[in-house]
Design a protein. Structure first.
Length: 453
């Protein structure tokens, strides 16, 4: 199975689009009841929030129609496996300190599937900082220098750019403090929880288990490659109509349900019309969006010497951070790179740079003479169904808009990692939101005598 998304480059084969993915769904449509029937719930989006909600509702006897614009499950979290190695294209790191996602891991028997992705003790076991044309190797002892020198300031700025993916002036300080608190108020804690452990089998394996669980109930219908145009609550009769955009292969369609869960990301919600209109405050928040339009790139570097490597560049040449992951089956070093949006200093636009631009950006934060044998990436900023990566709020955004984004709109409930309370922007936050939405919708259906007829 393969998705149409993602880019893969090697010197031998050049650049190719589309990647293997067990989360790709074939056939794209399946209905457990008539398409014209009124479903209990329509769930818009098959990321972790939507999958969790669909699973929870179908296992409680509700009929659910899952609508997804992509050709796969997972939303902003999916992986590809190439030559026996797993590349996480979006959301990656999870931890047993993240309660909602760890419940899912345990439920599907993946608690022993964790791997530690950082490998201390390798040949190049230091952090490299690139400031302009100067490269500085910083030992672990030098990391704890008692004052913030210009070099350390550059490193701190690079770390924040890696965290938030946008220009520094658009990044809210509150979210930086929130990450720090979630990591136990220590750099080691944040690193261990947020950047160290992932699933050996990949995030798509867990997402597939949730999807298959919901499907096994016989109450799940679904339609993939189906982008949504609008949600209409003004038809009467206690039903909500969800309309698709239509495409070159078919016209627009519509489906009805008693309740709707919308998991569309914050930066994409402007593309969906709501009738009646959303509240002024919610619409204002959607118009502003979240700040993170950063980039993530995978590279396989020849040989195992870089399995402990870390680097930060300020300013970068498109990418500002390199974090070694593991040794590949071929004996090479797998390194993950992050960089801010194109409008940020040192940022880049993946889709507009070509593979040579990506290779140059990768090379800037690798040791001189490194041989890049493979690149794997997806342009999340250009992707019309994400328009960015993990959520990072702009200054003042949470105080003014967070509570409003979490409120339902009539029979439409909103669930996304982008406005979760705890691990906002992380996989755990998506699962939390999907769980809470399913509980709220189930209660709303219980208040309607016709819901189980």
């Amino acid at each position: 199975m393969a998705t149409s998304e993602g880019v893969h480059w090697t010197p031998q084969d050049g650049i190719k689009t589309g990647l293997p993915c067990i989360g790709a769904i074939k056939p794209a449509k399946s209905f457990s009841q008539s398409e014209s029937a009124v479903f209990d719930v329509i769930v818009i989006g098959a990321g972790y929030a939507g999958l969790t909600a669909a699973r929870d509702l179908t296992t409680q006897g509700r009929t659910v129609l899952l609508l997804e614009a992509r050709d796969r499950i997972g939303g902003r979290t999916w992986n590809t496996t190439i030559n026996g190695f797993t590349y996480e294209m979006g959301g990656t790191w999870i931890h047993w300190h993240m309660p909602h996602i760890y419940r899912e891991v345990s439920l599907y028997g993946l608690q022993d599937d964790f791997i530690v992705t950082q490998t201390p003790g390798g040949k190049e076991d230091y952090c490299t900082l690139i400031t302009g044309d100067r490269r500085t190797n910083i030992s672990h002892e030098e990391e704890i220098a008692p004052q913030l020198s210009p070099t350390e300031r550059s490193m701190l700025e690079a770390i924040i750019l890696q965290m938030a993916g946008g220009p520094l002036e658009t990044i809210g300080f509150l979210d930086a403090l929130r990450w720090w608190a979630l990591g136990g108020h220590t750099a080691t804690g944040l690193n261990d929880i947020g950047l160290t452990t992932r699933l050996r089998s990949g995030q798509s394996a867990l997402a597939r288990r949730i999807f298959d669980h919901a499907k096994s109930t016989g109450r799940l219908s679904y339609a993939f490659s189906t982008a949504i145009a609008g949600v209409d609550q003004e038809r009467g009769g206690g039903v909500v109509e969800v309309k698709s955009r239509g495409s070159g292969s078919g016209g627009a369609a519509g489906w009805q349900a008693r309740q709707v869960i919308c998991t569309v990301p914050l930066n994409v919600l402007q593309a969906v019309s709501f009738s009646p209109a959303l509240s002024g405050l919610k619409a204002e928040a959607i118009g502003i969006g979240q700040a993170n339009r950063g980039n993530k790139v995978h590279a396989d570097v020849a040989g195992p010497d870089l399995v402990s490597y870390t680097a930060f560049a300020r300013p970068g040449k498109g990418l500002v951070c390199a974090i070694a992951d593991k040794e590949t089956p071929a004996g090479d070093s797998h390194v993950v790179f992050f960089g801010p949006a194109a409008e940020a200093e040192g940022g880049m636009r993946l889709g507009g740079s070509g593979v040579e631009g990506v290779r140059e950006a990768v090379g800037h934060v690798l040791p001189e003479g490194s041989e890049v044998k493979r690149l794997v990436y997806h342009d999340w900023a250009k992707d019309e169904f994400s328009k960015g990566t993990w959520c990072y709020f702009k200054p003042g955004f949470a105080t003014k808009y967070l509570a409003e984004l979490q409120k339902p709109h009539g029979s439409v409930f909103f669930a996304s990692a982008d406005w979760s309370d705890g691990w906002r922007g992380w996989i755990d936050g998506a699962v939390q939101q999907g769980t809470q939405a399913a509980v709220a919708v189930n209660a709303a259906l219980d208040r309607s005598p016709s819901s189980r007829l």
